[in-house]
Design a protein around this ligand. Structure first.
Ligand SMILES: Cc1cc2nc3c(=O)[nH]c(=O)nc-3n(C[C@H](O)[C@H](O)[C@H](O)COP(=O)(O)O)c2cc1C
Length: 205
């Protein structure tokens, strides 16, 4: 493994629970692959533009569109982010749950990398990914319980990522969760104990 791409989607930088969990995942990967280079894409430190009309026109095969008024067009961002993803041997994503789903900054990244004719093709059999598969580790944090019998909210985050990432060819997904971090100290202690166990089970195997 030569390159690990780290995508972080929390606004709380290094105080973020998902970020800290993703650092544990990176540390585990580096134990096995000490020479691996880390490429960081902090979606808050350097916010991505939403996909613009040029990108939408290109993808939906509408003619027209002139260069973006300021900076990189979102097509250029898309090219750059797809190259970054292609170059990675493993991907680590840190994401909190926002309103039952992924934060908008992570959705913006997905809109750039899930691109028809580039990272997937639409075929009569459905959308077929073109990227080579590689492991994707996803660190998820949430204020409430997101899964299991105590969950009192719908979870569109994990099912969404389990649907969208394989669409571009990334099928080797590994989720690690810190749940109920806003449910008091006992729940927080239990959440950290549970994720330590998940990490031990996964990386011992
Ligand atoms: C805008 C916003 C929306 C949120 N929506 C949810 C939600 O739908 N469900 C939930 O359990 N927690 C929700 N939370 C709480 C965060 O998921 C929780 O605080 C998480 O631990 C933050 O992770 P971080 O430290 O990595 O940023 C929300 C927080 C914010 C700021």
């Amino acid at each position: 493994m030569k390159k690990i791409l780290h995508i972080s989607a929390s606004s709380r930088a290094e105080d973020s629970a998902s970020y800290r969990l993703s650092q544990q995942l990176i540390a585990q990967l580096r134990k096995a692959y000490p020479e691996a280079q880390l490429v960081s894409r902090d979606l808050w430190a350097q916010p991505l533009p939403h996909v613009d009309f040029q990108y939408s026109n290109a993808l939906s095969r509408h003619p027209g569109g002139t260069a973006h008024a300021n900076g990189l067009s979102s097509l250029a961002w898309s090219d750059l982010l797809i190259e970054e993803l292609k170059a990675a041997d493993a991907v680590v994503i840190a994401t909190p749950m926002h309103n039952f789903s992924v934060p908008s900054v992570l959705k913006a990244w997905l809109d750039h990398v899930v691109r028809i004719g580039v990272t997937f093709n639409a075929t009569p059999e459905g959308k077929i990914g073109t990227l080579a598969d590689r492991p994707v580790y996803i660190a998820v944090s949430s204020g409430g319980w997101r899964t299991g019998e105590r969950a009192r909210q719908p979870d569109f985050l994990e099912p969404y990522l389990r649907a969208i990432l394989p669409t571009i060819g990334l099928k080797d997904l590994h989720f690690f969760s810190l749940q109920a971090l806003a449910a008091g100290p006992d729940a927080t202690t239990a959440a950290y104990a549970a994720v330590e166990q998940e990490l031990a089970n996964h990386f011992r195997a």
